[in-house]
Design a protein around this ligand. Structure first.
Ligand SMILES: *Cc1c(COP(=O)(O)O)cnc(C)c1O
Length: 310
């Protein structure tokens, strides 16, 4: 049976604002327009199709963020039951959004690692597939389709800017770049100081586990990246960029003023690179920014941060 795809082919939009302010040629890949508000839907769609073809009718996952939300969205469409274990720190806002899509939410543990470990245990006990928010080849394969879409419309960019949490999106980007023979593109990874697990690992060329996560860019909050991200990175020209919460938030504000979409600070981290580093970019470079999106910051949260960072 041919299964329908649940994500959309997102548009590529230029940035007249960054052109006029800094003379930069920037194209935005608008993943914020996905029905679940982020690129995560690509990986989840790909993963659940595989699960479905194996005959499973239920999965167990561990993310109270965009991964859980996208999984709930696709599960709902495909008629696969989704149980999501989230830590006590998860916002009421996200729990309610995920429940609205028909998923079952169980609160367990004080942080992501505890919830994640419990989700893995439950999946083993019940012999059901476990869905990681970032650490699975099927997710990377799904995410990589976004580069295929870019390659159908653009020539190879000089730089691509991508936010990194656990590195699932980054692995998908690397796979897409290889498949489309975009091997000279410089890959800029964006993180915030309180979640810079990729930048630290890249610097020391080994996997570093952060002792804590301390950032408003919660979607970047993986203490440890997937080993594959570091492995792929060794065969690309990679620049690590680390910013702070205030700068990431301001970039969300600027992006809203340009395209009227509210994205998360995780996405703001990537967007902020252009303003922060415009002096280091040649005016003839073509830059592709993955506007990864995110639904974690609603209007109330936005107003709270606007007050905090003013
Ligand atoms: C998940 C997510 C990220 C980070 O993706 P990883 O695959 O964990 O590296 C960045 N931004 C948004 C909006 C996300 O949902």
């Amino acid at each position: 049976m041919l299964l329908k795809k649940h994500y959309i082919n997102t548009p590529l939009f230029p940035s007249p604002s960054l052109k006029s302010k800094y003379g930069l040629n920037v194209i935005y890949k608008m993943e914020c327009y996905q029905p679940s508000g982020s690129f995560k839907i690509r990986g989840m769609d790909h993963f659940l199709k595989e699960i479905y073809s194996q005959g499973y009718k239920k999965v167990i996952a561990s993310s109270g963020g965009n991964a859980g939300y996208s999984l709930a969205y696709v599960g709902n469409k495909m008629g696969i039951k989704v149980q999501i274990i989230v830590p006590e720190s998860t916002s009421e806002y996200m729990i309610n959004k995920i429940k609205l899509l028909g998923a079952e939410v169980l609160i367990y543990g004080k942080d992501f690692d505890e919830a994640n470990a419990y989700a893995i245990q439950l999946s083993k006990e019940s012999d059901l597939p476990f869905v990681s928010p970032f650490d699975h080849p099927l997710l990377w394969q799904g995410h990589s389709t976004l580069i295929d879409e870019c390659a159908a419309e653009l020539k190879e960019p000089d730089r691509i800017i991508v936010a990194v949490g656990g590195g699932g999106l980054l692995c998908g980007i690397f796979e897409g770049l290889v498949r489309n023979n975009w091997l000279n593109t410089k890959v800029v990874t964006a993180e915030t100081e309180g979640a810079a697990s990729f930048a630290k690992s890249k610097l020391e060329n080994k996997l570093i586990t952060l002792s804590e996560i301390n950032t408003i860019a919660t979607s970047l909050g993986a203490k440890k990246i997937t080993p594959k991200a570091l492995e792929y990175a060794s065969s690309f020209n990679v620049e690590t960029y680390v910013t702070n919460d205030s700068v990431a938030f301001t970039a969300c504000k600027d992006f809203f003023d340009e395209y009227h979409v509210l994205v998360e600070p995780a996405c703001g981290a990537a967007l902020s690179y252009l303003k922060a580093k415009h002096n280091e970019i040649y005016s003839n470079e073509n830059i592709l920014v993955i506007v990864c999106g995110g639904v974690n910051m609603g209007m109330e949260k936005y107003l709270e941060y606007a007050e905090k960072f003013k």
